[in-house]
Write a protein that binds this ligand. Sequence first.
Ligand code: NAD
Length: 255
Amino acid sequence: MSTIAVTGSASGIGAAVCLRLEAAGHTLIRVDRVNADIEADLSTPEGRQLAVTQTLKLCNNKLDAVVCCAGVGVTAPSSGLIASVNYFGVTEYIDGLQDTLAQSGTGNAVIIGSVAASSQVANPHAIAAAMLENDEAKACQIAEACQAPHIVYAASKYAATVYGRRTAVSWGKQGMRLNIIAPGAVETPLHQASMDDPRFGEAVKNFVAPLGRAGLPDEIAAGVEFLVSDQARFINGTVLFIDGGMDAMIRADQF
Ligand code: NAD
């Protein structure tokens, strides 16, 4: 059985991932702002450093996998926060743990991205470019000026996906893997908040996947359980859409 760190463990997809992995017998290290083994704010460099240091302490320098679920949506208090949590809260946490993951022999990571990453607004966008240059101040500045949280959200998920695929290439040489799950709409507090928002509610409600419903958190967690397992040992750098067919609907002729 493995030791696995999960961010965003207190709610929604992260909570479902923890339930599933714990039921399978894995040892978990839960990271969130509150109600977690490690209470850390992944929107700040200090919080990310605290999360890394405490994770290394709790796992006793033996870590098999990292699952990054923590994220904020379009109703976040500021667009800079979307950039900081959804991109830098992922990359700095994974980067800080990669040496320890490498020692596992089968170390791997899963990033929860989004089907929004493949939308037209995400790529190529100046916010995503600043993120990929690792320039948080610039990314946040452009994000705040952009005044369109849905564009910032899509760009953050696009950049996190590109980071994941680039990292998968370099990790592969050490036998390590990194994969991305791109959920469509999933019934969580984040999704409910966007449906309740007067700016985005109608668009979110009308954006329905071919399967005709939103997903359940455990349907995303099932994908995570598979990707961190030995059954997925030859899967690296992939983007697994768990979206009821939404990506196929958006861009049926591209893949
Ligand atoms: P959620 O709001 O239920 O859970 C998100 C968790 O992240 C919360 O526990 C929250 O406390 C934590 N978090 C947020 N900011 C943090 C910070 N600064 N530091 C530490 N933890 C922080 O949302 P969810 O829907 O379960 O989202 C999980 C992931 O799935 C997110 O990355 C989200 O972008 C992605 N996603 C969700 C949907 C959806 O429809 N729900 C669709 C696509 C992608």
